[in-house]
Design a binder for this molecule. Structure first.
Ligand code: MMA
Ligand code: CA
Length: 264
């Protein structure tokens, strides 16, 4: 399009021509032929500056946008990296926590097994103690006397040594075996003559307890053992209760009271 100013300029350029209609036609032709009027150099410069300035603005805006975008993306990227590192640390923590929990669980399992074994032992021990307690109650009910780890019972009838021993065995015991001064003193409580579990029936002069052990500490009354009047005195009884040394050898067929002992 040609502006009004340009039209004026053009008409001024061609005003020296004589044939005005011809000039007008020519001028119209030139406008139609070239479409862009020939602008003044100042105007061109002005346009160039305006266009350049516009382009620079666009470039600046593009640069700003790309810079902001870069910074924004970089910040986002940094955030993501931090987040990833955080997650990594959290995961590592979980893994180590899980490992220690697994260890703890295994340790607990071992402890549990130990405890179970301990409980089984205690249960067995408990059963053993119950049996022992029942046994103690049984002997006490039957009138046995407890002394230093054994129950003792003095018979109320008299029998030969062998029958006396059999009676003790039937009661889950045997004739009394004396191993200490305390037991010897205890045996002297009964004022009757009482058989104890000592004899030399197998080998004369070799005194043996009913549990098969040899006599070591003895409490013979003075002058005993003596096979009195050359009688075979192969069994031993408590005869002299008023003496610390109270033992006498006597014929096994003699009938006496007797003392049973049940070791607990
Ligand atoms: C009794 C009898 C003997 C004992 C003497 C001791 C008379 O016989 O118990 O075994 O040795 O007494 O005097
Ligand atoms: Ca004697």
């Amino acid at each position: 399009m040609v502006s009004l100013e340009e039209e004026l300029e053009l008409s001024m350029t061609y005003e020296n021509f004589e044939d005005v209609p011809a000039r007008k036609a020519a001028s119209r032709r030139s406008v139609e032929d070239f479409n862009v009027p020939a602008a003044a150099p100042g105007m061109k410069m002005y346009r160039l500056v305006v266009v350049s300035f516009g382009l620079l603005c666009i470039l600046q805006a593009a640069l700003n946008i790309s810079l902001r975008l870069t910074l924004y993306l970089e910040a986002g990227c940094n955030n993501l990296t931090e987040e990833r590192d955080d997650l990594k640390r959290t995961l590592e923590n979980y893994v180590s926590q899980q490992n220690s929990l697994t260890e703890e669980r295994d340790e607990m399992k071992r402890i549990n097994l130990d405890l179970e074994a301990g409980r089984n032992l205690l249960t067995e021990e408990n059963h053993g103690l119950k049996r022992t307690l029942e046994e103690y109650a049984h002997y006490l009910q039957q009138g046995w006397v407890y002394f230093s780890g054994s129950f003792y019972r003095i018979s109320s009838t008299m029998k030969p040594w062998q029958d006396s021993r059999r009676d003790c065995q039937q009661r889950g015991a045997d004739l009394m075996i004396i191993n200490s001064q305390e037991e010897q003193d205890f045996s002297r409580q009964s004022k009757n003559i009482t058989w104890i579990g000592l004899m030399d029936r197998n080998t004369e002069g070799e005194w043996t307890w009913v549990d098969g052990t040899q006599l070591t500490t003895s409490f013979w009354h003075s002058g005993e053992p003596n096979n009195y009047l050359n009688k075979n005195e192969d069994c031993v009884n408590i005869n002299h209760h008023d003496h610390q040394n109270s033992w006498n050898d006597a014929p096994c067929e003699n009938e006496h009271f007797w003392i049973c002992e049940k070791k607990m």
